[in-house]
Design a protein around this ligand. Structure first.
Ligand code: CAO
Length: 456
């Protein structure tokens, strides 16, 4: 018989994350990968799965506890379940014979699985210590209505427990305006607290935003059914979270978008050649990997783009981690490719493809969506000539890439057909001025036209 102490695995930068659900109790038999507990950060819910099969011997946590990496969740009697269910303990688990009273071996649970991934460039939530708390700019911090006023139909319909309703009532918070981050969009006490905190505190983006209050007209209330048949479909959880972050970023960051075009005629020929050479190895390089490499060089030349605002300070990052928006069935997420300065185009392409596949399966870990220098949103595989991506706070720039097209370009004596890719660079005007942004895209364009320049 062997016992295992199952601990909270690496959950990225998160600390003291509340447990919102405990799926097991002492005596329960679990299989490897069965969820044990659900953790809730301000942007994602993570299930912590069991690393092994067994029987829960001793539960060390309860709903509401705040946990960090290494905290023991439970003690698992691995052998008991192996006997009963035919399941086996994980390799590395102590051999039988320890007995129930023996000290349990430690086993970190596998990486948590996020249920709601981060929003996209625009949308991605930042780790708690990098950005203001969740609901952010969603609703304007308008004066709290009196309790009688907030007992609206919307308040009554809000998905929240009686205690959370009571809590909201006491604080005069209209629950219909609080994005729920619990299972199935349930509003948790922490959501209400985050909402109030946001409403009470000045935005943390910098001095220029201090004291800003939006006095917006109420959202129009329309009975659409009066005009024809309708179907009401709840917003998926990820959209609720990303919506709040998008709204915050849109409202708090003074965005300007610089448009440009890059001549990728020669680069495309190289890309096709590289793909032929690597066909056997199953490696496919798309333009995105070259753009990421180009961005690294541009970030080195214009370090203010590789930065984040922290109050009145600019935090300049010395690393080159690039986020990219990935379209998934559950919504947009932004995995981050680390250390792009130390990797070649082939490796970046492989990592991008692997992260995108993981994103589509909903298996990205929180750590895989944190710490970006800037983000890239490529819609080139789909279409379009330009767009205005929203910055992924606390980053200060996001590059949009649209579909390349052959265009007549004047070479000084005649028009020649060249393959041009549109670039749309949104930047935080508090940090970057227009001239620098134009230089950034011009430089990036020159690099994409001739990648040898990246070596200069
Ligand atoms: N111009 C023309 N063709 C392009 C292109 C461009 N700029 N970029 C990619 N393509 C082509 C690729 O070469 C590929 O062609 P083949 O199938 O013929 O080889 C095809 O489009 C599909 O590419 P892809 O989308 O699979 O791969 P990618 O590396 O370009 O992008 C990923 C990967 C994950 C970024 C992408 O799949 C995705 O999810 N994009 C959506 C991002 C998004 O929704 N952003 C909006 C965020 S709002 O701010």
């Amino acid at each position: 018989m062997s016992t295992l102490e199952i601990k909270v695995p690496d959950i990225g930068d998160f600390k003291d994350v509340p447990i919102i659900e405990v799926f097991v109790k002492p005596g329960d038999a679990v299989k490897a990968e069965d969820p044990l507990i659900s953790l809730e950060s301000d942007k994602a819910t993570m299930d912590v799965p069991s690393p092994a099969a067994g029987t829960v011997k001793d539960l060390k946590v309860k709903v509401g506890d705040r946990v960090s990496q290494g905290k023991v969740i439970l003690v698992l009697d691995a052998a008991a379940a192996a006997d009963g269910n035919g399941a086996t303990a994980p390799s590395g688990a102590p051999a039988g014979g320890n007995g129930a009273s023996a000290a349990a071996a430690a086993a970190p649970a596998p990486p948590p699985v996020t249920k709601a991934a981060e929003p996209a460039p625009s949308e991605q939530a930042a780790p708690p210590r990098e950005a203001p708390a969740a609901p952010a700019a969603a609703p304007a911090p308008a004066p709290a209505p009196a309790p009688a006023q907030i007992e609206s139909e919307a308040f009554k319909k809000a998905h929240a427990s009686p205690s959370v309703r009571k809590f909201a009532r006491e604080l005069g918070v209209d629950l219909s305006r609080v994005p729920g981050s619990g299972p199935k969009g349930r509003i948790l006490q922490a959501d209400v607290q985050g909402f109030v905190k946001q409403a009470m505190s000045a935005p943390a983006g910098g001095a220029s935003m201090r004291g800003a209050v939006l006095d917006l007209a109420p959202w129009p209330k329309v009975d659409f059914a009066k005009f024809g048949p309708v179907e009401v479909k709840p917003l998926p959880r990820i959209k609720k979270i990303s919506g709040a972050n998008l709204a915050r970023n849109w409202v708090m960051i003074p965005h300007v978008t610089q448009f440009d075009e890059a001549d990728i005629t020669d680069l495309e020929a190289l890309r096709v050649e590289i793909n032929k050479e690597n066909e056997q190895a199953g490696i496919k390089v798309t333009l995105l990997a070259f753009v990421m490499k180009g961005c690294v060089a541009a970030l080195k030349k214009f370090p203010d783009f590789n930065a984040s605002l922290d109050g009145d300070n600019l935090v300049l990052k010395k690393y080159f981690h690039l986020g990219f928006a990935a379209d998934t069935p559950n919504g947009l997420v932004v995995p981050v490719v680390r250390d792009c300065d130390k990797k070649g185009v082939l490796q970046i392409a492989q990592e991008t493809a692997a992260l995108a596949a993981k994103a589509r399966e909903g298996k990205l870990t929180p750590a895989e969506m944190q710490g970006g220098s800037m983000s890239i949103s490529s819609l080139g595989g789909i279409g379009g000539t330009a767009f205005t991506p929203i910055i992924n706070a606390p980053e200060v720039a996001v590059l949009g890439v649209s579909r390349s097209a052959r265009k007549p370009v004047w070479d000084g004596t005649q028009f020649v057909p060249r393959l041009m890719v549109p670039l749309s660079l949104s930047y935080d005007h508090r940090v970057i001025d227009g001239a620098t942004a134009a230089r950034f895209t011009a430089y990036l364009g020159a690099l994409l036209a001739d990648m040898r320049r990246a070596m200069l």
